[in-house]
Design a protein around this ligand. Structure first.
Ligand code: FBP
Length: 558
C-alpha cells in the first residue's frame, strides 16, 4: 500500500508514557487499594453471586521502588489481543504499547492478534504480531491490523471454545480492547477462566469514540479526543458555509450510540445554534413535538433578523431518549426477542410492520403508525449482538428537519413565522472512527497498552487498564487498573436481566453541560460560530496536545 506523506511522518512519532512506565519494566510494582464495590448498591448481591472470583478486588496503582513487585515482568509471556466493536482512533497504539511492554520485559514474549473481534478467539483465528507488523501501524488510525467485530461471547459453547483456543495457544492473558459491552464480555471471560482455574488473565482497555466508558478511574475512553476534534472541524466548516451561503439550516447528526458526549463536545468547540442533548430531553420528558418547537423558536427568531440559516446538532441516540419513542423501542425490543422466529419468517417489511403494529399497546401502536415509513423500517432493523437498536441507521436528523418544516408551515399560516426555510442533513460518524489519532490519543493509547502489559505482569485479571491525570501533560500521568466488576450493574437486555458495565451518560449537573447551558441561549440567536480547523499533529503543545473541552471542564482546568 502506498503511504501518504502524513502516514510516513506519523510512524516516526514517539508516544509519551506516564513517568512510572518510563524506566525498566523490571522495577514495576503495584499498590492495591481497598475492595472496589459496584456503585449500584442494589445490584451488589447479584453481582457477587455472578462474579464470585472477581468480585471485591481493589483498584491498583503502578509504582516503582515500593509496593508488590510485578513478578512476571521479565517472564516469557504469551498474550492474545482482541479489538472489539466500532473502531476508535488509537487502537493500533494500544497494541504497540502492549507489544513494546511485553518485549521490554522479555524479547521472547509473544503477542497474538485474534482476527475480527471476539469471534477470532472463539474460532481460533490468530496472527502473530511481529515487530515488522506493528511498526507498520504505529500512530495510525483504524483497527485493520487484525480487524474488529461485535460477536458477543455468550453461550456456554463459545466460552468453552474461547478457553480451548487460549489453552491451545498457551496464553497467559487475553487483552480485550473495547467499549462497555466488550468489557462486560471481558469481565465474564475473566470470571469463566478463574472458575476453570485456567491461569489465564483477562485485561480490558477502555475504547469508544462515544466517550461513555468513563468514571472516576477512567477519565475518558480512547478515540473520543480525535473523533470529536474531527467532527468539530467538519461542523465548524459547515457552520461557516451556512453563514456564507445564508440559505440553509444544517441538521447534523453526530455519532454516539446513547450518550450525547460527542454532540456536547462538538457544540462546545463550534457554538451551533442548537445542540440537542438526549439526557436533558429524557430528564425533561420532552416530546418530539416539544423538541421541534424549540428548534422552530430559534429558526423564527433568526428569521426575524434576516438570518434564514443555522446549525442544529442532533445526537445519534436521541430517539431512544424521547419518552414516547423510548417506550416504543422498549416494546419493540421485547416483541422482537419474544417472536424472533415467527417475525423473521415473514416475507417483506410491510408484513413485519403489520405483525409488530398488531402486537403493540394502543398508544405505542398509534405512534409507530404515525412515523414516516423509513423510520418505521429503521426501528425494526436487527438489533446488534448486544441487543442494541442500531441508532446510527435511524435518520433522526431527517425526521426532525421534516417535522420542523411542517411546523414552520403551520406557524407561517398562523402569522407567527415569516422567513424562508430550506435544509440540508448530514450524518457524521464513520468519518471519525479511523482518523489518525491525535497526539492525545496516540499517547493515551500507547500508555493504556503498556499499562495492560504491566497489569498482566503483576498477575492481575478482571481489570480495566487505567491512565489518569490526563488533563495534565503526559509527564504527570499515572497508571493502574480498575476491577471491571466494580463498574457493573444489572440491566434489561434482549428481554432479560444481564450484568453490564454501566454507561456514563452526560450528567446534567456536570461541568461540560453546565458550561453549555450557560451560553446556549445566546448561540440560538447568534451566528458567532467557532471554526476549530483540522487536528494538528506537529507544532506547539497547546495546539497539538490539548485535550477535549469535556475533559478540561470536568477536571476544572477551564
Ligand atoms: P463502540 O461502542 O463499539 O465503540 O461503537 C461506537 C459506534 O461508533 C457508535 O457511535 C455507533 O452507534 C456504532 O459504533 C455504530 O457501529 P456499527 O457500524 O457497527 O453499527
Amino acid at each position: 500500500m502506498e503511504m501518504s506523506p502524513l502516514q510516513k511522518a506519523r510512524y516516526a512519532y514517539q508516544p509519551k508514557l506516564p513517568p512510572v512506565l518510563r524506566g525498566p519494566v523490571a522495577g514495576l510494582a503495584i499498590e492495591r487499594g481497598q475492595a472496589a464495590l459496584p456503585l449500584a448498591e442494589g445490584d451488589r448481591e447479584r453481582l457477587k453471586a455472578l462474579f464470585s472470583h472477581s468480585y471485591g478486588q481493589g483498584r491498583v496503582t503502578l509504582v516503582r521502588g515500593k509496593g508488590e513487585a510485578a513478578a512476571k515482568a521479565g517472564a516469557k509471556l504469551s498474550v492474545g489481543v482482541i479489538l472489539s466493536g466500532g473502531p476508535a482512533p488509537g487502537g493500533h497504539n494500544v497494541i504497540a504499547g502492549l507489544f513494546d511492554g511485553l518485549k521490554a520485559g522479555n524479547p521472547a514474549s509473544v503477542l497474538l492478534g485474534f482476527r475480527g473481534g471476539p469471534g477470532g478467539l472463539v474460532d481460533d483465528k490468530a496472527v502473530e504480531i511481529t515487530a515488522e507488523l506493528v511498526d507498520r501501524y504505529r500512530n495510525t488510525g483504524g483497527f485493520d491490523i487484525i480487524g474488529s467485530g461485535r460477536t458477543k461471547i455468550e453461550t456456554p459453547e463459545q466460552f468453552e471454545k474461547a478457553l480451548e483456543t487460549a489453552k491451545k495457544r498457551g496464553l497467559d492473558a487475553v487483552v480485550v480492547i473495547g467499549g462497555d459491552d466488550s468489557n462486560t464480555n471481558a469481565a465474564l471471560l475473566a470470571e469463566f477462566f478463574a472458575e476453570r482455574k485456567a491461569g489465564i488473565a483477562v485485561i480490558g482497555v477502555p475504547k469508544t469514540i462515544d466517550g461513555d466508558l468513563k468514571n472516576d478511574d477512567i477519565e475518558t475512553s480512547f478515540g473520543f479526543d480525535t473523533a470529536t476534534k474531527l467532527y468539530a472541524e467538519l461542523v465548524g466548516n459547515i457552520a461557516r458555509d451556512a453563514a456564507s451561503g445564508r440559505k440553509y439550516w444544517h441538521f447534523v447528526k453526530l455519532m454516539g450510540r446513547s450518550a450525547s458526549h460527542i454532540g456536547l463536545e462538538v457544540a462546545l468547540q463550534t457554538r451551533p445554534n442548537i445542540a440537542l442533548v438526549s439526557e436533558e430531553i429524557e430528564a425533561k420528558k420532552s416530546s418530539l413535538g416539544a423538541i421541534v418547537d424549540e428548534i422552530c423558536a430559534s429558526v423564527a427568531a433568526r428569521a426575524a433578523k434576516g438570518e434564514n440559516f443555522g446549525v442544529v446538532l442532533v445526537p445519534e441516540g436521541l430517539i431512544e431518549f424521547v419518552p414516547e419513542m423510548k417506550a416504543l423501542i422498549g416494546e419493540l425490543n421485547e416483541l422482537l426477542a419474544a417472536h424472533d422466529a415467527e417475525y423473521k419468517a415473514l416475507s417483506g417489511v410491510e408484513a413485519q410492520k403489520a405483525f409488530i403494529a398488531a402486537r403493540l399497546a394502543a398508544a405505542t401502536a398509534g405512534l409507530f403508525k404515525s412515523l414516516p415509513a423509513e423510520i418505521q423500517a429503521q426501528l425494526l432493523w436487527d438489533r446488534d449482538p448486544h441487543g442494541n437498536v442500531q441508532v446510527s441507521r435511524i435518520e433522526t436528523e431527517k425526521l426532525l428537519a421534516a417535522m420542523v418544516k411542517t411546523r414552520l408551515g403551520e406557524m407561517g399560516a398562523a402569522g407567527s413565522y415569516k422567513g424562508k426555510f430550506d435544509f440540508q442533513t448530514h450524518f457524521l460518524g464513520y468519518e471519525g472512527r479511523c482518523a489518525f489519532p491525535s497526539n492525545f490519543d496516540a499517547d493515551y493509547c500507547y500508555s493504556l497498552g503498556y499499562t495492560a502489559f504491566a497489569l498482566i505482569a503483576a498477575g492481575l485479571s478482571g481489570y480495566l487498564s487505567s491512565v489518569k491525570n490526563t488533563s495534565a501533560p503526559a509527564d504527570q500521568w499515572s497508571s493502574g487498573g480498575v476491577p471491571l466488576v466494580s463498574m457493573m450493574n444489572i440491566e434489561r437486555r434482549h428481554g432479560s436481566d444481564k450484568p453490564v458495565i454501566k454507561k456514563a451518560l452526560v450528567e446534567l449537573d456536570g461541568a461540560p453541560f453546565k458550561a453549555f447551558a450557560r451560553v446556549r441561549g445566546e448561540w440560538a440567536l447568534s451566528s458567532d460560530y467557532r471554526v476549530p480547523g483540522p487536528v494538528q499533529y506537529f507544532g506547539p503543545a497547546e495546539l497539538c496536545d490539548r485535550p477535549t473541552e469535556t475533559l478540561l471542564l470536568e477536571k476544572g482546568k477551564v
